[in-house]
Design a binder for this molecule. Sequence first.
Ligand code: NAP
Length: 245
Amino acid sequence: MILKDKVAVVTGASRGIGKAIAAMYAKNGASVAILATGAESAAAAAAEIAAGSGSVVRGYACDVTDADAVKSVFKQIIADFGTVDILVNNAGITRDKLMMTMKPDDFDSVIAVNLRGAFLCTKEVYSIFAKKRTGRIINMASVSGIMGNAGQANYSASKAGMIGMTKAIARELASRNVTCNAIAPGFVTTDMTAAFQEDEKILESIPLKRFASPEEIAALALFLASDAAGYITGEVIRIDGGMAM
Ligand code: NAP
């Protein structure tokens, strides 16, 4: 129960990595707010995690690209839970295409969800964490933001941006004892990678020769949220089976 009495907000937590993080946090004693664009899927994930953990878990419909919606959902979360201690900026999408065929909309929508969404959510906890002189911000980046990936100019840019923003926020909030770190997964078995989980070429490029499970990413997110990680800030931790070493 290393997150006992903590309140966590996890964006993009109706499925995949975000849901695994929300479940891991709830199992370790945190109360958790789950954000996703789908109200039903957020509520269903919250109910399932609450039943499996005994913690308070609530689902909220919120498009993280919408500044007004983000502001009002955090207001509601604070009314419901009293405060926030941990923010996981996990919501993310892909619109993979080679540059030749990538439309401006494909670029803008990926930057909007993956990077602007994290910016907007972080703004909502910034003063709370600074005032409390404690808090954890965990940003979901990707090895694509470190290595670049053909067909992902938009996604790689968003994740490299996430890494830069992580370091800037870490520097801004360090004097307030607030940490901000990024997780950079390689390939993880979620809906996002459903089309290429059996791709031999991809498996060959991973030294450990397999995709990560969402729970393996959640274990790192749990550590970064815990007191044990209090001296780690501005760090980008790869969890990629050795892909980007
Ligand atoms: P996923 O299974 O596709 O789930 C994405 C989640 O984000 C869903 O809960 C989705 O819910 C939510 N979401 C999408 N757009 C949103 C928006 N505008 N506002 C709020 N929520 C939104 O993805 P995943 O694989 O778990 O990925 C999670 C994070 O890890 C992403 O940032 C991704 O880039 C990163 N990542 C994934 C991998 C991988 O191999 N899977 C590797 C490296 C990094 P709704 O559809 O209901 O909105």
